[in-house]
Design a protein around this ligand. Structure first.
Ligand code: HEC
Length: 104
């Protein structure tokens, strides 16, 4: 049994060394967010007239997407796009873009 103790302890120590960010990040969020880049730019930093997502609060992004999805807010393309995402996916997208802090 003691022979197993060292590998198990090593794994626990390794796990403790992982940055919290790695544990918190859901890989599905980055995959979903890829489809937004065409219009909102890489990491939500829109280069043109389309509103940027980076720097927006997660609650703001989630609320806007829900409003687009339910047609409470009119738009050119976002109504159609938002309807394709479940509430859980919208929450993932909002956290993904809402917690991005990169170049400004
Ligand atoms: C085809 C281009 C296109 C794609 C793809 C796209 N958007 Fe948009 N988005 C827009 C435009 C244009 C607006 C401005 C409202 C409108 O006219 O639809 C907008 C507005 C928004 C807003 C409101 C921003 C504000 O400041 O009011 C949010 C939030 C948003 N998009 C999130 C997303 C997310 C998340 C994705 C990916 C799942 C996405 N968008 C994909 C074009 C796009």
């Amino acid at each position: 049994m003691p022979a197993l103790l060292i590998p198990i302890l090593s794994l626990v120590v390794l796990w403790l060394c992982l940055p919290l960010e790695v544990l918190a990040a859901d890989p599905r969020a980055a995959l979903l967010a890829n489809s937004c880049a065409a219009c909102h730019g890489t990491d939500g930093q829109s280069p043109g007239a389309i509103p940027p997502l980076q720097g927006r609060a997660p609650d703001f992004i989630a609320q806007r997407l829900q409003e687009f999805k339910t047609d409470q807010r009119s738009s050119t393309v976002m109504n159609r796009l938002a309807k394709g995402y479940s509430d859980a996916e919208i929450a993932l997208l909002a956290t993904h873009f809402g917690t991005k802090r990169g170049r400004k």
